[in-house]
Design a protein. Sequence first.
Lengths: 116, 171
Amino acid sequence: MIETLRALGEPNRFHIVELLREGPRPVGEMVERLGLQQPQVSKHLRVLSEAGVVDVRVDAQRRIYALRPAALKEMEEWLERYRRIWESNFQRLDAVLEELKTKEKKRGSKKRKSAN
Amino acid sequence: MEAKSERAPIRKSSGTLKVTTPSDREVAMTRVFDAPRRLVFKAWTTPELMKRWLYGPEEWKLAVCEFEVRVGGKIRFEWRNREGKSMGLSGVCREAIVPERLAFTEMWDDDWTGGETLVTIVFTEDAGQTTMTQTVMYSSQAARDGALKTGMEAGMAMSYDRLAGLLTSIE
């Protein structure tokens, strides 16, 4: 997982993964879309491949890269945990706000309501 | 200023929390609260209130909280877990427009992010509800890469920011 994250920490590799979310791509096409040199793209793809993020297959002369579903699933699970942390924070914040509103209502009638 | 957050399609999620990627260095979370923004702003900047909701992962609770709401004001957060371990960050308030906008830097004690991050929170109100957009920006590529290097429990959680952007940008 750390390897995956490290691999994705580099902006160009991040873009490669974004491209591959649309479907498998030959190297040549990625070179074009990213506006990078072929050796650079190949280097990034090697890092992604070593980190287990992408798979490669050879089709005639072309090397076609695809995302590995397992790596993505792992990331989805991580993301879900992240989401849960923040969502539970915000649910607690909801409760705090309810309390503030109630307090304000109690005092409310005499004080002016809006300050914004 | 706000149009850019529409770049990435929004993902439906467990709650009403939405995550988008306004740019390569940023990740934004958007959430609607059923309260006027002056109260949301207050809950985000009053230490006694923050301690009640701003937890870390796995029940790390906010034990120390200082938040000076003025430009140049000091910020200090420290979370503790049940075993008494703690992790903290310090920062400086960069913008404080009550009750509309907050910006502050964050620097973790053990610097697992490899540098400062800038957090910007915008509060907009409509019909008594507040939309809060909380954006984290890594100060540099080095900082962002650094954020990805740690295996620390809490560090992990925070470093999701970038991943969150990736996973929600296409779906």
